[in-house]
Design a protein around this ligand. Structure first.
Ligand code: GKR
Ligand code: MG
Length: 421
Protein backbone atom coordinates (compact mmCIF):
# COMPACT_ATOMS: atom_id res chain seq x y z
CA UNK A 1 0.00 0.00 0.00
CA UNK A 2 1.55 3.25 -1.19
CA UNK A 3 2.12 6.45 0.75
CA UNK A 4 -0.08 9.19 -0.71
CA UNK A 5 0.99 12.17 1.39
CA UNK A 6 3.32 13.08 4.25
CA UNK A 7 2.90 16.08 6.54
CA UNK A 8 5.40 17.36 9.11
CA UNK A 9 4.02 20.02 11.45
CA UNK A 10 6.26 21.76 13.97
CA UNK A 11 4.51 22.76 17.18
CA UNK A 12 5.44 24.62 20.37
CA UNK A 13 4.10 23.26 23.64
CA UNK A 14 4.07 25.10 26.95
CA UNK A 15 6.81 23.96 29.30
CA UNK A 16 7.37 25.01 32.94
CA UNK A 17 10.63 26.47 34.32
CA UNK A 18 12.18 23.10 35.15
CA UNK A 19 15.78 23.26 36.36
CA UNK A 20 18.54 20.91 35.28
CA UNK A 21 22.30 20.69 34.91
CA UNK A 22 22.19 22.75 31.70
CA UNK A 23 20.05 25.58 33.07
CA UNK A 24 16.30 25.94 32.89
CA UNK A 25 13.61 24.87 30.44
CA UNK A 26 12.38 27.54 28.08
CA UNK A 27 8.65 28.43 28.17
CA UNK A 28 8.05 26.28 25.09
CA UNK A 29 9.30 22.88 24.05
CA UNK A 30 9.41 22.11 20.32
CA UNK A 31 8.00 18.95 18.79
CA UNK A 32 7.35 17.74 15.25
CA UNK A 33 4.14 15.89 14.49
CA UNK A 34 4.25 13.50 11.53
CA UNK A 35 1.28 12.33 9.48
CA UNK A 36 1.85 9.63 6.87
CA UNK A 37 -1.24 9.08 4.76
CA UNK A 38 -1.75 5.88 2.83
CA UNK A 39 -3.52 5.43 -0.50
CA UNK A 40 -6.30 3.79 1.58
CA UNK A 41 -6.94 7.14 3.32
CA UNK A 42 -5.67 5.97 6.71
CA UNK A 43 -3.08 8.07 8.50
CA UNK A 44 -0.13 6.92 10.62
CA UNK A 45 1.20 9.27 13.32
CA UNK A 46 4.66 10.03 14.65
CA UNK A 47 6.20 12.57 17.02
CA UNK A 48 9.76 13.69 17.62
CA UNK A 49 12.03 16.64 18.43
CA UNK A 50 11.09 19.96 16.82
CA UNK A 51 14.54 21.55 17.00
CA UNK A 52 15.75 23.12 13.77
CA UNK A 53 18.28 20.43 12.72
CA UNK A 54 15.81 17.56 13.09
CA UNK A 55 12.90 19.52 11.67
CA UNK A 56 15.07 20.52 8.70
CA UNK A 57 15.75 16.90 7.79
CA UNK A 58 12.16 15.79 8.36
CA UNK A 59 10.80 18.47 6.03
CA UNK A 60 13.53 17.83 3.49
CA UNK A 61 12.65 14.13 3.33
CA UNK A 62 8.84 14.25 3.49
CA UNK A 63 8.03 14.60 -0.22
CA UNK A 64 10.47 11.86 -1.22
CA UNK A 65 8.41 9.34 0.77
CA UNK A 66 5.31 9.71 -1.38
CA UNK A 67 4.93 6.61 -3.55
CA UNK A 68 6.94 4.38 -1.20
CA UNK A 69 5.19 1.33 0.22
CA UNK A 70 4.05 1.90 3.81
CA UNK A 71 5.66 -1.48 4.56
CA UNK A 72 9.07 -0.53 3.15
CA UNK A 73 10.91 0.80 6.19
CA UNK A 74 14.26 -0.09 4.61
CA UNK A 75 13.32 2.15 1.68
CA UNK A 76 12.44 4.83 4.21
CA UNK A 77 15.90 4.60 5.77
CA UNK A 78 17.60 4.79 2.37
CA UNK A 79 15.70 7.97 1.49
CA UNK A 80 16.56 9.61 4.79
CA UNK A 81 20.23 8.71 4.43
CA UNK A 82 20.27 10.12 0.92
CA UNK A 83 18.90 13.43 2.18
CA UNK A 84 20.88 13.69 5.44
CA UNK A 85 23.47 16.40 5.80
CA UNK A 86 26.91 15.18 6.91
CA UNK A 87 27.51 17.88 9.49
CA UNK A 88 26.70 17.77 13.17
CA UNK A 89 25.05 20.80 14.75
CA UNK A 90 25.38 20.80 18.52
CA UNK A 91 22.73 22.24 20.81
CA UNK A 92 21.77 21.85 24.42
CA UNK A 93 20.25 18.42 23.90
CA UNK A 94 23.80 17.30 23.31
CA UNK A 95 24.41 17.86 27.01
CA UNK A 96 21.31 16.11 28.26
CA UNK A 97 20.46 13.56 25.60
CA UNK A 98 23.36 13.27 23.21
CA UNK A 99 21.38 11.01 20.94
CA UNK A 100 19.32 13.91 19.64
CA UNK A 101 22.24 15.97 18.45
CA UNK A 102 23.14 16.70 14.85
CA UNK A 103 25.29 13.63 14.30
CA UNK A 104 22.28 11.50 15.19
CA UNK A 105 19.88 13.17 12.76
CA UNK A 106 19.34 10.09 10.60
CA UNK A 107 18.25 8.02 13.60
CA UNK A 108 16.01 10.82 14.88
CA UNK A 109 14.31 11.33 11.52
CA UNK A 110 14.05 7.62 10.78
CA UNK A 111 12.50 6.91 14.16
CA UNK A 112 9.82 9.58 13.72
CA UNK A 113 8.78 8.26 10.30
CA UNK A 114 9.18 4.61 11.30
CA UNK A 115 6.60 5.03 14.08
CA UNK A 116 4.20 6.67 11.60
CA UNK A 117 4.81 3.91 9.01
CA UNK A 118 4.21 1.20 11.63
CA UNK A 119 1.12 3.01 12.88
CA UNK A 120 -0.22 3.16 9.32
CA UNK A 121 0.59 -0.54 8.75
CA UNK A 122 -1.22 -1.51 11.95
CA UNK A 123 -4.25 0.67 11.13
CA UNK A 124 -4.36 -0.84 7.64
CA UNK A 125 -4.41 -4.36 9.06
CA UNK A 126 -6.73 -3.27 11.89
CA UNK A 127 -4.54 -4.35 14.80
CA UNK A 128 -2.86 -2.49 17.69
CA UNK A 129 0.71 -1.44 16.91
CA UNK A 130 2.06 -3.69 19.66
CA UNK A 131 0.87 -6.70 17.63
CA UNK A 132 3.18 -5.69 14.78
CA UNK A 133 5.99 -5.66 17.32
CA UNK A 134 5.38 -9.27 18.23
CA UNK A 135 2.43 -8.87 20.58
CA UNK A 136 1.94 -7.56 24.09
CA UNK A 137 3.81 -9.22 26.94
CA UNK A 138 2.00 -6.77 29.26
CA UNK A 139 -1.16 -4.75 28.71
CA UNK A 140 -0.06 -1.75 30.76
CA UNK A 141 3.26 0.03 31.09
CA UNK A 142 4.46 1.55 34.36
CA UNK A 143 5.99 5.03 34.41
CA UNK A 144 7.79 6.89 37.19
CA UNK A 145 7.00 10.23 38.85
CA UNK A 146 9.60 12.48 37.25
CA UNK A 147 10.35 15.22 39.79
CA UNK A 148 12.17 18.43 38.95
CA UNK A 149 13.54 21.31 40.93
CA UNK A 150 11.67 24.23 39.46
CA UNK A 151 10.82 27.86 39.76
CA UNK A 152 7.31 29.16 40.10
CA UNK A 153 5.86 30.11 36.71
CA UNK A 154 5.58 33.71 37.94
CA UNK A 155 9.36 34.03 37.42
CA UNK A 156 8.58 35.28 33.91
CA UNK A 157 5.40 36.22 32.07
CA UNK A 158 6.34 33.91 29.18
CA UNK A 159 5.69 30.81 31.32
CA UNK A 160 2.12 29.54 31.62
CA UNK A 161 0.93 28.93 35.17
CA UNK A 162 1.33 25.30 36.23
CA UNK A 163 -0.28 23.31 39.04
CA UNK A 164 3.01 22.53 40.80
CA UNK A 165 4.53 25.88 41.87
CA UNK A 166 8.05 26.29 43.17
CA UNK A 167 10.28 23.36 44.22
CA UNK A 168 13.73 24.39 45.43
CA UNK A 169 14.10 22.42 48.67
CA UNK A 170 13.37 18.93 50.02
CA UNK A 171 9.97 19.86 51.48
CA UNK A 172 8.76 21.29 48.18
CA UNK A 173 10.10 18.26 46.31
CA UNK A 174 8.11 15.96 48.63
CA UNK A 175 5.04 18.11 48.00
CA UNK A 176 5.56 17.83 44.24
CA UNK A 177 5.93 14.05 44.54
CA UNK A 178 2.73 13.82 46.57
CA UNK A 179 0.82 15.86 44.03
CA UNK A 180 2.07 13.74 41.14
CA UNK A 181 1.53 10.42 42.91
CA UNK A 182 -1.97 11.40 44.09
CA UNK A 183 -2.92 12.31 40.55
CA UNK A 184 -1.26 9.49 38.59
CA UNK A 185 -0.54 6.69 41.09
CA UNK A 186 3.17 6.32 40.25
CA UNK A 187 5.07 3.70 42.24
CA UNK A 188 8.60 4.86 41.47
CA UNK A 189 10.10 8.31 41.76
CA UNK A 190 12.93 9.93 39.86
CA UNK A 191 14.51 13.18 41.01
CA UNK A 192 16.22 15.27 38.33
CA UNK A 193 19.26 16.62 40.16
CA UNK A 194 22.56 18.35 39.27
CA UNK A 195 21.04 21.73 40.11
CA UNK A 196 21.74 22.55 43.78
CA UNK A 197 24.40 21.46 46.27
CA UNK A 198 24.54 17.64 46.00
CA UNK A 199 24.19 17.31 49.80
CA UNK A 200 20.85 19.14 49.60
CA UNK A 201 19.75 17.03 46.67
CA UNK A 202 20.62 13.88 48.62
CA UNK A 203 18.58 15.30 51.53
CA UNK A 204 15.65 15.56 49.13
CA UNK A 205 16.00 11.85 48.31
CA UNK A 206 16.11 11.03 52.02
CA UNK A 207 12.98 13.14 52.54
CA UNK A 208 11.28 11.25 49.69
CA UNK A 209 12.33 7.95 51.25
CA UNK A 210 10.78 8.99 54.55
CA UNK A 211 7.58 10.18 52.88
CA UNK A 212 7.22 7.25 50.42
CA UNK A 213 8.98 4.27 52.07
CA UNK A 214 7.61 1.70 49.64
CA UNK A 215 8.36 3.64 46.42
CA UNK A 216 11.44 2.95 44.30
CA UNK A 217 13.77 5.97 44.13
CA UNK A 218 16.27 7.23 41.55
CA UNK A 219 18.36 10.36 41.22
CA UNK A 220 19.73 11.78 37.95
CA UNK A 221 22.20 14.71 38.09
CA UNK A 222 22.93 14.46 34.34
CA UNK A 223 26.67 13.82 34.85
CA UNK A 224 27.06 17.04 36.79
CA UNK A 225 28.98 15.46 39.71
CA UNK A 226 32.64 14.54 39.90
CA UNK A 227 33.57 11.01 40.89
CA UNK A 228 34.37 12.01 44.52
CA UNK A 229 31.01 13.82 44.81
CA UNK A 230 29.19 10.84 43.31
CA UNK A 231 30.91 8.55 45.84
CA UNK A 232 29.98 10.84 48.73
CA UNK A 233 26.32 10.97 47.69
CA UNK A 234 26.30 7.19 47.13
CA UNK A 235 27.39 6.75 50.75
CA UNK A 236 24.75 9.15 52.04
CA UNK A 237 22.02 7.39 50.05
CA UNK A 238 23.18 3.89 50.93
CA UNK A 239 20.25 1.49 50.59
CA UNK A 240 17.87 4.14 49.21
CA UNK A 241 18.29 3.88 45.45
CA UNK A 242 16.77 1.55 42.92
CA UNK A 243 19.51 2.80 40.60
CA UNK A 244 21.91 5.72 40.32
CA UNK A 245 21.41 7.54 37.01
CA UNK A 246 24.25 9.37 35.25
CA UNK A 247 25.89 10.78 38.38
CA UNK A 248 29.26 11.33 36.74
CA UNK A 249 30.59 11.82 33.20
CA UNK A 250 32.27 9.29 30.91
CA UNK A 251 32.16 5.52 30.74
CA UNK A 252 35.45 5.39 32.65
CA UNK A 253 33.99 7.55 35.45
CA UNK A 254 30.89 5.37 35.67
CA UNK A 255 33.05 2.21 35.65
CA UNK A 256 35.16 3.52 38.54
CA UNK A 257 32.02 4.47 40.47
CA UNK A 258 30.49 1.05 39.96
CA UNK A 259 33.72 -0.68 41.01
CA UNK A 260 33.86 1.32 44.22
CA UNK A 261 30.19 1.21 45.21
CA UNK A 262 28.73 -1.88 43.54
CA UNK A 263 25.63 0.27 42.89
CA UNK A 264 23.60 -0.34 39.71
CA UNK A 265 24.28 2.62 37.43
CA UNK A 266 21.86 3.72 34.71
CA UNK A 267 22.43 5.99 31.75
CA UNK A 268 20.92 7.86 28.87
CA UNK A 269 24.09 9.92 28.48
CA UNK A 270 27.22 7.78 28.29
CA UNK A 271 25.63 5.13 26.07
CA UNK A 272 23.74 6.57 23.13
CA UNK A 273 24.97 4.33 20.35
CA UNK A 274 26.14 0.78 19.72
CA UNK A 275 29.86 1.60 19.94
CA UNK A 276 29.39 3.11 23.40
CA UNK A 277 27.31 0.13 24.47
CA UNK A 278 30.15 -2.17 23.40
CA UNK A 279 32.71 -0.14 25.35
CA UNK A 280 30.49 -0.02 28.41
CA UNK A 281 30.24 -3.80 28.42
CA UNK A 282 34.03 -4.06 28.13
CA UNK A 283 34.52 -1.64 31.02
CA UNK A 284 31.65 -2.87 33.18
CA UNK A 285 30.54 0.76 33.36
CA UNK A 286 26.72 0.76 33.23
CA UNK A 287 24.22 -1.84 34.41
CA UNK A 288 20.95 -0.32 33.18
CA UNK A 289 20.33 1.26 29.82
CA UNK A 290 17.66 3.94 29.47
CA UNK A 291 16.59 3.44 25.89
CA UNK A 292 14.77 6.03 23.83
CA UNK A 293 13.32 5.07 20.46
CA UNK A 294 13.54 8.72 19.35
CA UNK A 295 17.31 8.50 19.22
CA UNK A 296 18.05 4.77 19.01
CA UNK A 297 16.46 4.60 15.56
CA UNK A 298 12.87 3.59 16.13
CA UNK A 299 10.76 0.88 17.70
CA UNK A 300 12.34 -2.16 16.06
CA UNK A 301 15.90 -0.93 16.70
CA UNK A 302 14.96 -0.47 20.35
CA UNK A 303 13.62 -4.02 20.48
CA UNK A 304 17.02 -5.17 19.17
CA UNK A 305 18.67 -3.03 21.82
CA UNK A 306 16.55 -4.72 24.48
CA UNK A 307 17.70 -8.15 23.27
CA UNK A 308 21.31 -7.00 23.33
CA UNK A 309 20.91 -5.73 26.90
CA UNK A 310 19.42 -9.06 27.86
CA UNK A 311 22.35 -10.89 26.28
CA UNK A 312 24.84 -8.82 28.25
CA UNK A 313 22.92 -9.00 31.52
CA UNK A 314 22.01 -5.29 31.48
CA UNK A 315 18.71 -3.96 32.81
CA UNK A 316 16.50 -1.82 30.59
CA UNK A 317 14.25 1.14 31.11
CA UNK A 318 13.24 4.22 29.07
CA UNK A 319 14.44 7.79 28.95
CA UNK A 320 12.21 10.75 28.14
CA UNK A 321 12.36 14.38 27.10
CA UNK A 322 9.36 16.74 26.96
CA UNK A 323 6.76 15.08 24.71
CA UNK A 324 3.09 14.65 23.95
CA UNK A 325 0.78 11.66 23.67
CA UNK A 326 1.89 10.27 20.30
CA UNK A 327 5.37 9.73 21.71
CA UNK A 328 3.88 8.38 24.94
CA UNK A 329 1.80 5.83 23.03
CA UNK A 330 4.78 4.83 20.86
CA UNK A 331 6.83 4.29 24.04
CA UNK A 332 3.95 2.34 25.57
CA UNK A 333 3.40 -0.01 22.61
CA UNK A 334 7.14 -0.60 22.43
CA UNK A 335 7.52 -1.19 26.18
CA UNK A 336 4.51 -3.52 26.12
CA UNK A 337 6.27 -5.65 23.49
CA UNK A 338 9.57 -5.99 25.32
CA UNK A 339 9.87 -8.88 27.73
CA UNK A 340 13.17 -7.58 29.05
CA UNK A 341 11.93 -4.32 30.58
CA UNK A 342 13.10 -4.24 34.14
CA UNK A 343 11.93 -0.87 35.50
CA UNK A 344 9.17 1.74 35.30
CA UNK A 345 9.88 4.06 32.35
CA UNK A 346 10.56 7.79 32.56
CA UNK A 347 8.13 10.28 31.13
CA UNK A 348 7.92 14.07 31.22
CA UNK A 349 4.26 13.81 30.21
CA UNK A 350 2.73 15.11 33.48
CA UNK A 351 4.63 18.38 32.92
CA UNK A 352 2.86 19.02 29.61
CA UNK A 353 -0.48 20.84 29.55
CA UNK A 354 -0.93 20.84 25.78
CA UNK A 355 -2.03 17.90 23.69
CA UNK A 356 -2.75 17.28 20.00
CA UNK A 357 -4.99 14.26 20.52
CA UNK A 358 -8.74 13.96 20.25
CA UNK A 359 -10.02 13.70 23.82
CA UNK A 360 -6.97 15.47 25.28
CA UNK A 361 -4.32 13.86 27.40
CA UNK A 362 -3.67 10.13 27.53
CA UNK A 363 -4.75 8.86 30.97
CA UNK A 364 -2.15 7.54 33.40
CA UNK A 365 -3.78 5.50 36.15
CA UNK A 366 -2.16 3.40 38.84
CA UNK A 367 1.14 4.78 37.49
CA UNK A 368 0.51 3.08 34.14
CA UNK A 369 -0.57 3.77 30.59
CA UNK A 370 -3.00 1.05 29.54
CA UNK A 371 -3.14 -0.39 26.05
CA UNK A 372 -6.47 -0.69 24.27
CA UNK A 373 -7.44 -2.87 21.32
CA UNK A 374 -7.83 0.15 19.01
CA UNK A 375 -5.80 -0.08 15.79
CA UNK A 376 -2.30 1.38 15.53
CA UNK A 377 -1.18 3.66 18.34
CA UNK A 378 -4.82 3.88 19.41
CA UNK A 379 -4.99 7.69 19.33
CA UNK A 380 -6.34 10.25 16.83
CA UNK A 381 -5.02 13.67 15.91
CA UNK A 382 -7.11 16.73 16.79
CA UNK A 383 -6.44 18.95 13.78
CA UNK A 384 -7.71 22.11 15.46
CA UNK A 385 -5.34 21.62 18.38
CA UNK A 386 -2.52 20.85 15.96
CA UNK A 387 -3.17 24.11 14.08
CA UNK A 388 -3.26 26.03 17.36
CA UNK A 389 0.06 24.61 18.54
CA UNK A 390 1.56 25.19 15.12
CA UNK A 391 0.57 28.86 15.45
CA UNK A 392 2.31 28.85 18.84
CA UNK A 393 5.42 27.54 17.06
CA UNK A 394 5.25 30.28 14.42
CA UNK A 395 4.90 32.93 17.10
CA UNK A 396 7.53 31.65 19.50
CA UNK A 397 11.13 32.85 19.43
CA UNK A 398 12.67 29.40 20.03
CA UNK A 399 14.00 27.29 17.17
CA UNK A 400 16.49 25.07 19.04
CA UNK A 401 16.28 24.13 22.70
CA UNK A 402 18.79 26.10 24.74
CA UNK A 403 18.47 25.75 28.52
CA UNK A 404 21.81 27.53 29.05
CA UNK A 405 20.73 30.72 27.29
CA UNK A 406 17.39 30.62 29.08
CA UNK A 407 19.16 30.47 32.46
CA UNK A 408 21.35 33.39 31.40
CA UNK A 409 18.26 35.53 30.82
CA UNK A 410 17.70 35.34 34.58
CA UNK A 411 21.35 35.03 35.72
CA UNK A 412 23.59 36.71 33.12
CA UNK A 413 26.77 35.44 34.83
CA UNK A 414 25.63 31.80 34.90
CA UNK A 415 27.96 29.51 33.00
CA UNK A 416 27.61 25.86 32.24
CA UNK A 417 30.40 23.94 33.95
CA UNK A 418 30.45 20.17 33.75
CA UNK A 419 30.75 18.61 36.19
CA UNK A 420 29.77 21.56 38.37
CA UNK A 421 29.89 19.84 41.76
O1 GKR B 1 14.35 17.89 30.29
O2 GKR B 1 15.65 18.80 31.75
C1 GKR B 1 15.29 17.83 31.09
C2 GKR B 1 15.96 16.50 31.28
O3 GKR B 1 17.13 16.66 32.00
C3 GKR B 1 16.22 15.85 29.96
O4 GKR B 1 16.75 16.74 29.03
C4 GKR B 1 17.11 14.64 30.05
O5 GKR B 1 17.42 14.21 28.76
O6 GKR B 1 15.27 13.51 31.10
C5 GKR B 1 16.52 13.44 30.66
C6 GKR B 1 17.43 12.55 31.44
O7 GKR B 1 16.95 11.60 31.99
O8 GKR B 1 18.63 12.77 31.46
MG1 MG C 1 18.88 10.80 32.56
Amino acid sequence: MKIAAVRVTPIAIKDPPLLNAAGVHEPFGLRSIIEVQGANGLVGLGETYGDAPVLGLLTQVQDSLVGLSAFDVNGLLARIKAAAPGVATGHVEMELAPGSLGSNLVNSAFSAFEVAFLDLQARTIGIPLVDLLGGAVRNKVAYSAYLFYKWDAAVDAEYATDPYGEAVNPQQIVKQARQMIDQYGFESIKLKAGVFDPEEEADAVLALKAAFPSHQLRIDPNSNWTLPTSLKVAKKLDGCLEYYEDPTPTLEGMAALHRQTGLPLATNMVITNWAELRRSVELGAVQILLSDHHFWGGLRATQALAKTCEAFGLGLSMHSNSHLGISLMAMTHLAASVQHLSYACDTHYPWQQDEVLVGGKVPITGGCVHLTDKPGLGVELDHEKLAELHQAFLQCRIRTRNDVAQMQRFRPDWRQVKPRF
